[in-house]
Design a protein around this ligand. Structure first.
Ligand code: CA
Length: 326
């Protein structure tokens, strides 16, 4: 079975990715081996606390959580989230839902996020999937510090970027790319095999709160307390993610792209990320590698939004029912 590490900046769609991954465990498609955290929606420390709290809610304290880098790649500057993130994801990063948080002095699992990634890649090689749905700070540091081990992992999947559509923070840039463009460029140009699920695909899953609640209604009626908490988070998110009052299930779709590839349409292309000028944070084809035969990245350029939402609803319910049995 594939071992999965999620690299998160645990806001709401990251929380949904945790639940979706636990549902995929029930389908026998993967084992969620651990969570590493970095910055983006929230700081790395908050992401770790939120992840720990959500795993507690789901009865999965056995899954280790590691707080990774809170600094932009190549800098010593501590990251503070943009005030807009507090609106989209709520003051606590997870839609202001009331769940038991770890102590203020909570210490994440012993050991270091990068060490954990490296150990898992050494041990499982191609059977390890790393899915990063935050800034690329941890992944860039891993590739820079321990390239040989990082390349042993199966494809590194990311949620981020926008190839054929505009960005969601600037006309060019998607949020995870703009959080740390230097890190993203380093990852894209590293030679690692990547699977990019960006706005091209994830915006196909945009729905209003009412429609989303209807699709996920069974979480509330059958999923116990955790189901109601996740439904509240989802409602909050759909009302606040965009000015159009719709929310897209970004991070879980990046997980689906790995385990249910029929839900997405891909093209192979070597990518880079622009780091200068108004298009800072833009994902684009790398012209220096344009003529290369073998491409390093696979980009999701479309998704079956309706098919995914149906799958997402069912898979997450399996995760919730498993939590209820614990
Ligand atoms: Ca995220």
């Amino acid at each position: 079975m594939k071992q999965l590490i999620l690299d998160l900046d645990t806001g709401i769609d990251d929380a949904l990715a945790i639940l979706y991954a636990l549902g995929l465990e029930q389908e026998g498609l993967c084992r969620l081996a651990g969570i590493t955290c970095t910055f983006g929606n929230v700081t790395a420390g908050t992401a770790a606390r939120n992840s720990r709290a959500l795993l507690g809610l789901l009865g999965r304290e056995d899954i280790p959580v590691f707080a990774g880098s809170n600094r932009r790649f190549g800098t010593e500057e501590e990251y503070e989230p943009d005030p807009v993130c507090r609106v989209i994801h709520g003051e606590n990063g997870i839609g202001n839902v009331d769940i038991l948080m770890p102590e203020e002095n909570f210490v994440d699992s012993q050991g270091d996020a990068l060490r954990f990634l490296a150990d898992m890649a050494e041990r499982y090689e191609k059977d390890l999937a790393v899915i990063a749905t935050a800034s690329m700070a941890n992944i860039a540091r891993w590739l820079k510090g321990d390239r040989e081990t990082a390349l042993k992992a199966g494809r590194i999947a990311i949620m981020g970027g926008a190839l054929t559509v505009p960005g969601n923070v600037t006309p060019f840039a998607e949020a995870n790319m703009l959080a740390d463009p230097e890190a993203a460029r380093f990852v894209f140009e590293s030679g690692a095999k990547l699977l990019m699920t960006g706005l091209d695909a994830t915006l196909r899953t945009s729905r209003g709160a009412g429609e989303m609640e209807e699709k996920m209604a069974r979480w509330g009626s059958e999923g116990g307390r955790a189901g109601r908490v996740f439904l509240d988070m989802l409602t909050y998110y759909c009302e606040n993610e965009s000015q159009d009052k719709v929310g897209a299930i970004h991070d879980p779709l990046a997980v689906a792209a790995v385990f249910k590839p029929k839900l997405v349409t891909t093209m192979d292309l070597d990518l880079t990320v622009e780091t200068e000028g108004p298009s800072r944070g833009r994902t684009i084809g790398d012209m220096r590698r344009f003529m290369d035969g073998e491409k390093t990245a696979r980009v999701c350029v479309d998704a079956d939004g309706e098919g995914f939402l149906e799958d997402f609803s069912k898979v997450c319910l399996k995760g919730l029912l498993a939590a209820g049995r614990r």
